[in-house]
Design a protein around this ligand. Structure first.
Ligand code: NAD
Length: 284
């Protein structure tokens, strides 16, 4: 999510925080006691925030990562500090074998799984006319093919065990909104939107809900370039009605709601968490 043209609103950087929050920044509740969650890309950013939130609310969490395991271990430690249980697993969501092993680990380690959060994602900036086939393939493989086959592996297990479940995809405001310079990213997130809608219909009879969470501009490593570009960042902030970037915890709260019993009748929808940006977007 990159910057856009400024307007005249003051940059207030509001950071409302309510309720009792633990040292991990997570409200102490036990909504997910007895549940098992798989979170992809849980070693950084939004995925880390989601894994911590579900884990600190009682879920046992499979903490997926690729590359360096440091962030994933940090996630696991935070969960364990809050009295929960995590299991770090290296799995590249673009590889079918890894994806099957990831699901198998949940069953081997914790006996089953209830919640899948398809969070892992990436973007590559390039004008449409300059986009390389290899970059297009990589973005689509991580952002769309990964969730497709991981959800398939997860749901096959649920079906065999006659269990209900929750699938939550982290898409983006760009599942709906154009983002010049990021055509493949938009294709992947738009595809994720239709995958979610289709699966909500196909998997409803199995008692499995499928929803998307669409973040706006969240302060995470994926936005490293934007965060380092003050003029662009300031212009973007002026276009966010709530006057600040989102934090992983803002997204995690919504994911926790969708994974909870309170959301048992919700399927086939996208929920935007963007501080109002989509309603106030101006072209870059
Ligand atoms: P991030 O870069 O911190 O997180 C992406 C994670 O995905 C990383 O941990 C990375 O290691 C992991 N990943 C990448 N390729 C993978 C693979 N092949 N297999 C397994 N894991 C892989 O950035 P983030 O902002 O936390 O992104 C999380 C999700 O949120 C992404 O899907 C992203 O598109 C989406 N999103 C982010 C924003 C934002 O402003 N930060 C906005 C909209 C959507």
């Amino acid at each position: 999510m990159a910057g856009s043209e400024s307007n005249s609103r003051p940059n207030t950087h509001l950071k409302p925080r309510t309720g009792t929050v633990s040292s991990t920044g997570v409200k102490a509740m036990n909504r997910f006691q007895g549940k098992v969650a798989i979170v992809t890309g849980a070693g950084s950013g939004i995925g880390q925030g989601i894994a911590k939130r579900l884990g600190c609310e009682g879920a046992k969490v499979i903490v997926d990562y690729v590359g360096s395991p440091d962030g994933a271990h940090e996630t696991e430690e935070a969960i364990e500090k809050a009295g929960g249980e995590g299991k770090v697993v290296q799995a590249d969501v673009t590889r079918l074998n890894d994806v099957e092993c990831l699901v198998a680990t949940a069953w081997d380690q914790f006996g089953s799984a209830d919640i899948l959060v398809n969070n892992a994602g990436m973007e590559k900036k390039s004008d449409f006319l300059e986009t390389l086939e290899s970059d297009y393939e990589q973005v689509m493989a991580v952002n769309l093919r990964g969730p497709f086959f991981l959800t398939q592996a997860f749901v096959r297990r649920l079906r065999d065990a006659k269990k209900s479940g929750r699938v939550i995809n982290i898409s983006s405001v760009h599942e709906d909104m154009a983002f010049p310079g990021f055509a493949s990213y938009c294709c992947s997130k738009g595809g994720l939107r239709m995958l979610m809608r289709n699966l909500a219909v196909e998997l409803g009879p199995l008692g499995i809900t499928v929803n998307n969470v669409a973040p706006g501009a969240i302060e995470t490593p994926i936005n490293k370039a934007l965060l380092a570009d003050k003029p662009k960042l300031d212009a973007l902030l002026k276009n966010i009605p709530l006057g600040r970037l989102g934090e992983p915890e803002d997204v995690a709260g919504l994911v926790a709601f969708l994974a909870s019993d309170d959301a048992s009748y919700i399927t086939g929808s996208t929920f935007v968490v963007d501080g109002g940006l989509m309603r106030n977007y101006r072209e870059q």
